[in-house]
Design a protein around this ligand. Structure first.
Ligand code: ATP
Ligand code: MG
Length: 228
C-alpha cells in the first residue's frame, strides 16, 4: 500500500514500465558543479528518469557548525537545477522536523512510490566510505541501489572493499566522473575571504550568495550567534 508524502514529484504512472529515480542527498551549503556533474553522469550511466536533489533539513553529521538556513540552501539548489529537465529539487527533508537520516527518507520514498519505481542513492566517494556507520545501513542497502562516484582526495577502491566486505546486502554501482576538487567548504571559505567563486558553481547560485550576503564573515558570525 502506498503512503503518499507531500513535496515529491510524480513518477511511476505507467504500470507497464519501470522508472529509475536517483536521489542526490547533501547539505548543499552551497550546491556546486561537483554535485551537478556527479548527478548528471549518474543519470546518464544508470539511465535514471529523474534525479531528485534533497537538501538535508538538519544534517545528521554537520551539527558542529552553523549550517545556512534550509530555505537558502533549497533556493540555491532550485536555481542550480532549474535548467535540467531531468533534475528536480525537493523540500521533502527540509520540511521534516529534527535530524535527517537517509534511511527515513528512503523508507518514505519507498512507501510513497509504486513498486515500478526503483530507487538509486547517489553519493561521492567520501560519503560511501561513511555509509556503513549510518543509521540502519542494512535497511539502506535493501531500499536502494547505491551509486558511488569518484571524488578527488577519496579512495573509491578502499570504499568498495569495505562496503562489499561488510556482509550487508549492498548493491553498489561505481562511476568514474571528471575530477572536480570543489567542495562547499572551499566555496564558503573563499566567499568569507572575499575571493571569487566563479566557475565553481552556477552564476545563479553566485548571484544568490552575493545578494543575500551568505558566507561573509559578518554573516557567519550572525548565523553562529543565533539560536538554532
Ligand atoms: P562540505 O564541504 O560542506 O562537506 P560538500 O562539497 O562535501 O560540502 P555535501 O553537501 O557534503 O557537499 O555533499 C553531498 C554529496 O555530494 C555527497 O555524496 C558528496 O560525496 C558529493 N560530492 C560533493 N562534492 C563532490 C565532488 N566534487 N565530486 C564528487 N562528489 C561530490
Ligand atoms: Mg561533504
Amino acid at each position: 500500500m502506498s503512503v503518499r508524502q507531500p513535496g515529491l514529484p510524480e513518477l511511476g504512472a505507467d504500470p507497464s514500465r519501470t522508472y529509475r529515480l536517483g536521489i542526490m542527498g547533501g547539505t548543499f551549503d552551497p550546491i556546486h558543479y561537483g554535485h551537478l556533474v556527479t548527478a548528471e553522469q549518474a543519470r546518464e550511466a544508470l539511465r535514471l528518469d529523474l534525479v531528485l536533489f534533497m537538501p538535508a533539513g538538519q544534517p545528521a553529521f554537520k551539527q558542529g557548525r552553523g549550517v545556512t538556513p534550509a530555505e537558502d540552501r533549497y533556493a540555491m539548489t532550485l536555481l542550480a537545477t532549474a535548467a535540467n529537465p531531468a533534475f528536480d529539487a525537493s523540500r521533502f527533508e527540509i520540511d521534516r522536523e529534527g535530524i535527517t537520516y537517509t534511511v527515513d527518507t528512503l523508507r518514505a520514498l519507498r512507501a510513497h512510490y509504486p513498486e515500478n519505481v526503483r530507487l538509486f542513492f547517489i553519493t561521492g566517494a567520501d560519503a560511501i566510505l561513511d555509509i556503513l556507520s549510518w543509521r540502519n545501513a542494512a535497511e539502506i542497502a535493501r531500499l536502494a541501489t547505491l551509486i558511488a562516484a569518484t571524488r578527488p582526495g577519496y579512495d573509491i577502491n578502499q570504499a568498495c572493499e569495505r562496503v562489499e566486505g561488510s556482509g550487508l546486502p549492498f548493491d553498489v554501482r561505481y562511476i568514474e566522473i571528471p575530477a572536480l576538487a570543489v567542495s562547499s567548504s572551499y566555496i564558503r571559505e573563499r566567499v568569507a575571504e572575499g575571493k571569487s567563486v566563479r566557475y565553481l558553481t552556477s552564476e545563479s547560485v553566485m548571484g544568490y550568495i552575493k545578494k543575500n550576503g551568505l558566507y561573509r564573515r559578518d554573516h557567519q558570525e550572525r548565523v553562529e550567534g543565533a539560536e538554532v
